[in-house]
Design a protein around this ligand. Structure first.
Ligand SMILES: Cc1cc2nc3c(=O)[nH]c(=O)nc-3n(C[C@H](O)[C@H](O)[C@H](O)COP(=O)(O)OP(=O)(O)OC[C@H]3O[C@@H](n4cnc5c(N)ncnc54)[C@H](O)[C@@H]3O)c2cc1C
Length: 388
């Protein structure tokens, strides 16, 4: 049993199947027992809790919604609930799982050869191998189609040249899914650790996602076997389809961070006394708590229907944009309100809120910024693009 009180005002739990609830409970206990005891120290030190990787693999959390090759093959709602619980621990741990499952295992599963699937997926699912996803470049963030990284075929090899920036898991990855233009078309390539001409260095000085590795990848005449092309990749829509998978998990994950902040603020407001009363007795504090719970409840319902649509095969990428945009913005606002309710204590890491708040600033920006998703939705409903 988890010690975390259930934040479920609308009995959303009653809409889950037994299997979905059980999966959520396993992830909930994992977060309580494995993430929360170590995360503050890792955030302080700026290190990723690598000891968690194998454990997540053993529990089937990595690539959990994929079928075959050692993956758990659970439905998308159960997968979302795992992401929710991991991010209740820390956005960095959820980011690791999102990158590994949605941005590395998914493209190998969707676009890879049988040999690539067999070679990589069982090890990635078990947490025996680590992956990263290189799309963003120094000069191309929201506009990845402009990427400068190029691949050229030379005999039995491809030669890659370019730089990728802000890559989660970059320096600890055994395998990088790298997006580069081959004859002007965006294609995916598997670059293994130690490939000639490939190097990774970590980005330091981060105030957000400190318990996550973020790196720059450099390819200088990097030679990889021709077999390392993901054969079914075909243009920018291939990496964008991976991002859609990851954003789906982020929409759920943001709810977890918001729940952690809300619960911390509620607990704190009940025991912090000012003017002779708990601060929870003041109307303005209650208004903040009510707003937080309302936004969490809306986000929970949004996620559940998002997951049901995905499981029914009716999910559109714009559905995911709406959920990512709404839930991350709501979680960030909730984290800031929770920080406020904690007063000065809200800025120290004895309480989880400042860590979540700082992490969520990254989540607001990555996987399509908040405003980019606004424009994706605006284009969908008006038929007019304001993005380009
Ligand atoms: C912690 C972290 C981890 C990450 N991990 C990965 C990873 O594993 N792999 C990877 O490939 N990338 C990763 N990223 C990169 C991330 O995807 C990019 O930061 C994101 O796509 C935004 O790009 P940018 O930072 O270059 O911002 P920019 O694209 O330069 O945007 C800056 C601002 O301009 C706005 N803007 C841009 N274009 C428009 C427009 N058309 N209309 C209106 N406003 C616009 C944006 O909304 C934003 O407010 C990560 C980033 C972070 C912070």
């Amino acid at each position: 049993m988890s010690a975390f009180p259930v934040v479920d005002y609308y009995e959303v739990e009653g809409l889950l199947s037994e299997e979905e609830r059980m999966t959520r409970d396993v992830a909930r206990v994992f977060t309580d027992e494995q993430i929360l005891p170590v995360i503050t120290q890792h955030f302080r030190e700026g290190s990723f809790p690598r000891g968690l990787i194998r454990k997540m693999g053993e529990l089937g959390f990595l690539g959990a919604n994929l079928q075959g090759y050692g993956c758990a093959g659970i439905n998308n709602v159960a997968y979302g609930l795992i992401m929710q619980e991991l991010e209740r621990g820390d956005s960095g741990v959820r980011s690791f799982a999102s990158v590994q499952g949605s941005l590395v295992m998914y493209p190998i599963h969707a676009f890879g050869s049988e040999a690539q699937n067999e070679r990589w997926l069982p090890r990635l699912a078990a947490g025996e191998a680590i992956g990263c996803f290189g799309l963003t470049e120094p000069d191309f963030g929201s506009d990845p189609g402009g990427m400068a990284t190029k691949a050229v075929r030379k005999g039995a090899e491809f030669v890659l040249n370019g730089t990728k920036l802000w890559i989660t898991n970059g320096s600890i990855a055994d395998i990088a899914v790298v997006w580069a233009k081959l004859d002007g078309v965006v294609r995916g390539f598997l670059v293994e650790r130690g490939a000639a001409g490939f190097s990774a260095r970590d980005i330091h000085g981060k105030h957000s996602m400190r318990a996550s590795v973020t790196s720059e990848l450099s390819f200088q005449d990097c030679r990889i076997p021709a077999d390392n092309l993901l054969p079914k990749t075909d243009g920018l829509r291939s990496p964008l389809s991976c991002l859609n998978q990851a954003r789906y998990g982020i929409a759920w994950g943001a709810v977890g961070a918001a729940m952690a902040c809300y619960q911390a603020a509620l607990d704190y407001s009940r025991q912090r006394v000012q003017f002779g009363k708990p601060i929870a007795s003041f109307q303005l504090v209650q208004q903040k708590l009510v707003h937080m719970l309302t936004e969490i409840t809306k986000a929970q319902l949004l996620c559940l229907q998002l997951g049901r649509l995905k499981d029914a095969g009716r999910l559109r990428h714009t559905h995911v944009s709406l959920a990512k945009r709404n839930n991350v913005a709501a979680a960030l606002e909730i984290a800031r309100l929770a920080r406020d309710i904690h007063g000065a204590n809200g800025i120290v890491d004895e309480y989880p809120v400042i860590r979540h708040m700082l992490n969520l600033e990254s989540v607001f920006t990555y996987e399509g910024t908040h405003d980019v998703h606004t424009l994706i939705l605006g284009r969908d409903i008006t038929g007019i693009s304001a993005l380009e």
